[in-house]
Structure formats: C-alpha cells, structure tokens
Design a protein around this ligand. Sequence first.
Ligand SMILES: *Cc1c(COP(=O)(O)O)cnc(C)c1O
Length: 220
Amino acid sequence: MKIKESVAKILDELPEGVELVAAAKARLPEEVLEAVQSGIKMVGENYVQEAEEAYEMVGNKAKWHFIGRLQKNKVKKAVKIFDMIETVDSVEIAREIDKRCQQIGKVMPILVEINSGEEEQKSGVLPPDAERLIREISGLKNIKVMGLMTMGPRFGNPEDSRPYFIKTREIFDRIKKLGLANVEMRYLSMGMTNSYKVAIEEGANIVRIGTKLFGERNYK
Ligand SMILES: *Cc1c(COP(=O)(O)O)cnc(C)c1O
C-alpha cells in the first residue's frame, strides 16, 4: 500500500481523541514528507541525526516527537528540533533538557518513559520509581511533564501486551490524582503497529506507528 493510502486508512480508523505519531526511523526524508502531505501531523524520530535530515525537508509542517534513547551529548541539538521528548527516564537527562532549553528560551513538553516490562536491557524508569522521578523533575522550569510513554515487551500476539499497557495506565491515573504542581497527566503514549488497538482499549491517546504506515523496515 502507498504511504498516502495507509495514512488515510489509519487516520480514518483511529477513535476521536487518539493522536497518531508516524514513527519514522529508517525512512527517507522524502517518505516522511509524503506522510505529512498525506495528513500526518506528528512525526516520531529515534535518532537526532535522522531527525535533522527529515526536518530539513519537512520543517514545521509537522510536530516532532523524540521517541528514541536520548544521549546526553545529543540533547542540545534535540531541543532545537523537537516539540516533545517522549522518553525521559532519569533525573540526569531531564536536567540536561532543562538546561539546554533554558539556553534557548523554550519549555519542553516531556513524557516519562516507563519500563513496564521491567526488562533489564530496556530504557524507561521502573514502575515503582516513576512517581519519585516525576516529583524530582517537576520542579525544573524549562520542562513540563505531560504524561507517560511505554513500549512494553515485544510479542507476536498483541493480547500479550495488554497487562503492560494496563500497568502503565494505572501509574498514569495514580500520578494524575496526586495533582502535582507543574505536572499535567494528559498524554498516554502506548502502542505500535502490532499492538495499537489493544493500547487504545487500555487508554492510550497517542499511538506510535511505523511499519503499518511506511511498510517493512530494511534495518533497525
Ligand atoms: C519503531 C518504533 C515504533 C513503531 O514501530 P512499528 O512496529 O514499526 O509500528 C514506535 N515506537 C518506538 C519507540 C519505536 O522505536
């Protein structure tokens, strides 16, 4: 299916209130542009370098979400391009984003990434540590906590992802109820090509979809 057709199909199928981030890793800038011209409003990038290349072509015709593992030495570049960073999982990285945003007079909306499967090699904060992290970073003036993001373990069967989405949703609700200053629990980013329907059933209002929009990736 052409990018244009798959974008139209998914946009048509998503319930109201659920936003679509086109996960663009390993795609050419031309493909990202085509997706945006077909109705994509938010592009998700895993790598700052790829984002810079796509940004050169697409610019502000879309909002840019960082969805990869953010290295400290890339933050300075990242804060210039991105409109949201979905993968904050440590005080250190939050402080660096805060510092670099302060230098350019920007307040960065961020999501805290939850390692909902408690997998050793995965990024994200462990569920029992999420509240403490959010309390610690909520005082930073140049970031704004806007919600949570999770990947969850990879499964062939999307039903197997459900418990991890439920767990993340529970953390989301609990933190929302605390009503912390400078924390607005508005976005819950969960679900990819294989799992987004289940994620929406469990409360996701941002889904990040790559393969179903652009086709199979050749690498990464
Ligand atoms: C690649 C990626 C996606 C999209 O994955 P697909 O299975 O291609 O839809 C979503 N979120 C993150 C963080 C990713 O790295």
